[in-house]
Design a protein around this ligand. Structure first.
Ligand SMILES: [Zn+2]
Length: 391
């Protein structure tokens, strides 16, 4: 690969930058040239992806090709690193999906690069309707280190993040054991007590998974899972800023409580994302409806069934909903999640060349992607007006 110069405006300072790339790495970053209008940023990092564009990781018949195709779809959106997220399922199903993702990584170096590890969301979540969300109750079970070891044996140690509810008696010991192996333990889909949450954080839990969702609809006003997690500065928090999971005031107040430096945007997008509105059979929630406004829900209930909005499209929404600057929203989708994937998400000499170039102005809802590079490789974007068909 020859030397390539990619320029654009830095969202932090507003001034132009020229990024020199060689052999997949950023060689140098220089000021200029003047007159750039498009923005430049590190590629987006999504810690919670179930699927997109008809490719669903929680499908019972998951194939390595699906993982490869999903990776390509996300690259075209400027998501250069993502963490495949498997929801609660039987051990047999989880192991089959873990194996499949591991195979996909082996088949393609760019897929291996873009998938640093796998996030298992569950199966040790709350049993209760509400906090459990769309996870199947029958497959919810207590934390089991021996089962975790079998996941790792099946996937070649690819599980790097686990979300659990800390209400289980063994949650703290399990958290400690996983943390000691370098696995990020996250709290979510829970109605645990303050003491149980604090015990899990003491044991090493580092992140609140999609805070404000996966919790009871009604809760005690002072003693509840939200305040405890918001007040604990040891926890990062991820948020789904698709405009459906959290109203503006809740998102804004929660990000302010956590601070920009500890807030992360995740998509939680499922295989239904990117498809036309309608009712689908989804691996997450069964029969689900995607409304024209992008809301993805279980018909006849108030429960959401994941999101249909990819991370790229949540940047503009987060800016509007939480009154963020472009630079703050990007920090929450690059540098901050990057701390969970080995320090990616920063434009600096020596880093892998994961870059996006895009248009954005406060008047528009969405960032408009012009170009993306993954590990120095230019990605071919979808032609404008291209539509997707259900796989
Ligand atoms: Zn969830």
């Amino acid at each position: 690969m020859s030397l390539n110069v990619i320029s654009g405006r830095d969202p932090v300072t507003g001034t132009s930058l020229s990024v020199e790339v060689d052999a997949g790495r950023i060689v140098s970053i220089q000021p200029g040239p003047e007159g750039e209008t498009a923005w430049i940023s590190a590629g987006l990092i999504d810690l919670q992806v179930n699927g997109y564009a008809g490719y669903e990781l929680n499908d019972s018949e998951l194939k390595p090709e699906t993982v490869v195709a999903l990776t390509a779809e996300l690259h075209r959106l400027g998501v250069t690193t993502f963490v495949p997220t498997l929801i609660t399922a039987s051990e047999e199903q989880l192991v089959a999906r873990l194996r499949c993702i591991a195979q996909a990584r082996k088949s393609d170096p760019l897929v291996a690069y873009s998938i640093p590890y796998i996030h298992v969301e569950g199966p040790s979540l709350s049993m209760e309707d509400g906090p459990r969300g769309a996870h199947p109750r029958a497959a919810v079970r207590p934390p089991d280190l021996l089962e975790f070891n079998r996941w790792q044996a099946a996937s070649g140690g690819l599980v790097g993040m686990v979300t659990l509810s800390p209400h289980w008696n063994t949650a703290a010991a399990y958290t400690k054991a996983l943390t000691a192996q370098g696995v990020h333990v996250c709290l979510g889909h829970t109605d645990a007590s303050a003491e149980q949450i604090t015990a899990a954080v003491d044991a090493g839990a580092v992140l609140s998974t999609h805070l404000g969702n996966g919790s009871s609809e009604l809760m005690q006003r002072h003693h509840n899972v939200l305040w405890t997690q918001l007040a604990d500065d040891r926890l990062f928090a991820s948020f789904i800023a698709d405009g459906h999971h959290l109203p503006s005031a809740a998102l804004k107040a929660m990000i302010r409580a956590k601070g920009i430096g500890r807030s992360i945007l995740v998509s939680d997008v499922t295989g239904i994302g990117g498809l036309a509105p309608g009712t689908y059979q989804s691996a997450i929630g069964g029969s689900v409806t995607l409304a024209a406004d992008g809301r993805l829900y279980l018909p006849g209930t108030s429960y959401l069934a994941g999101s249909a909005t990819p991370l790229t499209a949540t940047i503009g929404k987060a800016i509007k909903l939480a009154k963020l600057t472009l630079s703050e929203a990007l920090q929450m989708a690059t540098v901050n999640p990057g701390q969970f994937v080995g320090g990616r998400g920063i434009l600096r000499a020596g880093a892998s060349a994961d870059l996006i170039k895009f248009d954005w102005s406060p008047e528009v809802d969405n960032i408009e992607l012009h170009a993306a590079w993954v590990n120095g490789r230019a990605i071919e974007l979808l032609p404008e007006g291209a539509t997707r068909s259900r796989k």
